[in-house]
Design a binder for this molecule. Structure first.
Ligand code: F6R
Length: 613
């Protein structure tokens, strides 16, 4: 989730670019840069680190009226200065910024290098600068060359390009990644998000996929990739910057809940092709993966719950013994680790001290385990120290309660499980391909839950005054129950306990009394009938039962007082059901917390990243 900003017709352009970048920093930052169009060249300055590094390094910038800027959140290539944007072509006359993932960048890069281009970064983005250069060398103008280059891209992009030959023009385009354009008297703008433009204009247009815009001082022309002109859609812009950052949602948490289909899509992007799984940054060879004889998963809170789902997947597909432990306990027992052990550290931030220390302990000279970190922040401390990293690509998460990073973690680890099974020869290619296809259906299924937001929130508000909740699940439904209870506890301060449904009768059922609300994850799967029995057991003791059930499951509805309906995952893909079911419980917790007047983005006593033991 990088941030893009561009301006033309602003004298000077630089202050607008820096201000715009500061408003986009919330999208993530590990490096940043600007390019200014200066007579017959583009002047570029880039810096690793926070935006302040760049701001302190532009004292010698030329006075220019047009330019582009970028704040990066690395996906391909470390967060170094030479990987920072803008990227230039071989001539130094063109500069380009990009957000997204160019899946075919290796093929395009090989072709460009054979044609004599020099690629200077490890990013997927740089190829675009050279592709446009090649088009212009063949006689095309900037806009036509950009259109032709973007038409060759597989993957997602929002790009903005400037060229010394067209000093007043910015050409920008998008597919899947966000991009808006704006206009004011005598100036024009592009940005990945509205907040970057608010100080300058409220005349904002949203581009559709595969459209490009040519922005000049006070002018704006939108075309499709085949050159057909279209009328851009004007977006109504109200409120202040924070309102704009929330993208029309009342809080970051709700926005992030709605970003989950995208988080899943991005985490899958470029990593699957039929039965082939390419987990690029994994950095463990097939042989190393084959040598693994035991897996340990460690994490805290929501990340721990994602790990619990992954354990089911790794055991089921890869047939590897898998243990899971909360990170704060792991190194204080005597886990039996050796060089054949794979320890998976799961952490959104990559900075939680408990998980970091657990990984250090596993990699220590005594234990010698291989450590793979699943995290959302590129180049975080844990990622730097690990043997291998698998990044989730959920984009920065602002709400303290984790939502979109949780589903992205599950997706990343399900891919890992399939990859382990594949290298160990335990799944036929057709089965891998079938599971991969099911994974790709998840964004649509999650959209199906989100479409029911109103109905789920209405149901939840019946329980605003409830004091005690129990959450029950079985199999992969149990971690969903744990996560549902954690979300409710942390944002609404209700008491919520989760149990494996079959365990209730061994003690906790004594707590059930009239008025207790039991939320059961009862979507279809091999334990469906068993959880129905468990529901009857609590109902018989006076509990009010809310079930998460698959659309059309009348039997589940008959056992419950209330149903939170969710779409079913494809048959044979039940291990993915947590990705759909958990969304209903996030919304359930959200609605109760809001009705109780709680601050869902910054719940009391909590910090987004816990760096103490
Ligand atoms: C709950 C939540 C926390 C984190 C936990 C681990 O909503 O956000 O439980 O999951 O503190 O944080 P990371 O994943 O950054 O290691």
């Amino acid at each position: 989730m990088c941030g893009i900003v561009g301006v033309t017709g602003s004298d000077p352009a630089l202050p607008f670019l820096l201000d715009g970048l500061s408003r986009l920093e919330y999208r993530g930052y590990d490096s940043s840069g600007v390019a200014l169009v200066d007579s017959d060249r583009v002047w570029v300055r880039r810096r690793a680190g926070k935006l302040a590094e760049l701001t302190g390094a532009v004292g010698d910038a030329p006075r220019a009226t047009a330019g582009i800027g970028h704040t990066r959140w690395a996906t391909h290539g470390g967060p170094t200065e030479h990987n920072a944007h803008p990227h230039t072509d071989c001539t130094g006359a063109l500069a380009l910024v990009h957000n997204g993932i160019i899946e075919n960048h290796l093929e395009l890069g090989d072709e460009l290098v054979s044609a004599g281009h020099e690629l200077r970064s490890e990013t997927d983005s740089e190829v675009l600068a050279h592709l446009i250069e090649a088009g212009m060398a063949g006689g095309a103008g900037l806009a036509d060359a950009t259109r032709a280059a973007l038409a060759r891209v597989e993957g997602s992009f929002a790009v903005a390009v400037v060229h010394a030959a067209n000093p007043e023009v910015i050409v920008a385009g998008r597919r899947s990644s966000p991009l808006v354009a704006g206009r004011a008297d005598g100036s024009g703008f592009v940005a990945s998000d509205i907040p970057a433009l608010l100080a300058a204009t409220r005349e904002v247009y949203v581009l559709d996929d595969d459209q490009i815009v040519e922005v000049g001082p006070g002018t704006l022309r939108v075309t499709t990739l085949d050159g057909t002109e279209v009328s851009p859609v004007r977006r109504r812009v109200e409120g202040d910057v924070e309102t704009a950052e929330k993208g029309g949602y009342p809080d970051f948490m709700l926005k992030e809940i709605h970003e989950q289909p995208r988080a899943v899509r991005e985490t899958l992007r470029g990593r699957t092709k039929g039965d082939r799984l390419t987990l690029g940054e994994l950095e463990l060879s097939d042989q190393e993966l084959r040598d693994v004889d035991k897996v340990f998963i460690v994490g805290c809170g929501t990340s721990f719950h994602a790990g619990m789902v992954a354990r089911h997947a790794i055991e089921h597909w890869a047939r590897l013994p898998t243990e899971i432990e909360v990170a704060s306990e792991f190194r204080y027992r005597d886990p039996v680790l050796d060089a054949q052990s794979l320890v998976v550290g799961v952490s959104q931030s990559g900075e939680s001290l408990d998980t970091m220390e657990a990984c250090r302990f596993a990699r220590s000279a005594t234990n010698k385990a291989k450590v793979l970190v699943v995290c959302n922040v590129v180049d975080s401390s844990m990622a730097r120290e690990a043997d291998a990293v698998l990044y989730t690509r959920a984009g920065p998460e602002r709400g303290v309660a984790a939502t979109k990073t949780h589903v992205a973690q599950i997706v990343a680890m399900e891919l890992l499980a399939l990859r382990l099974a594949h290298v160990r020869g335990l799944l036929y290619p057709e089965e891998v391909a079938r599971q991969v296809e099911a994974l790709h259906s998840l964004p649509t299924l999650i959209d199906g839950v989100l479409a029911r937001s109103e109905e789920i929130c209405d149901a939840a508000t019946s329980y605003v005054d409830t004091r005690d909740f129990f959450f029950l699940g079985r199999g992969v439904g149990y971690p969903v129950a744990l996560e549902g209870a954690l979300k409710l506890k942390e944002i609404s301060y209700a008491r919520a306990e989760a149990y494996p449904a079959g365990e209730m009768k061994h003690g906790p059922i004594a707590l059930i009394e009239p008025g207790t609300v039991v939320v059961a994850v009862a979507t279809r799967g091999r334990l469906h009938a068993k959880i129905m029995n468990n529901i009857d057991e609590v109902k018989a003791r006076g509990a009010t039962v809310v079930v998460v059930a698959n659309e059309g499951d009348d039997a589940a509805a008959n056992h419950a007082d209330r149903v939170l309906w969710v779409p079913a995952v494809p048959r044979g893909a039940e291990l993915f059901s947590p990705l759909v079911d958990v969304v209903a419980l996030q919304l359930f917790a959200y609605a109760i917390a809001k009705a109780r007047g709680c601050d869902v983005d910054q719940p009391r006593n909590l910090a987004k990243t816990v760096t103490v033991e």
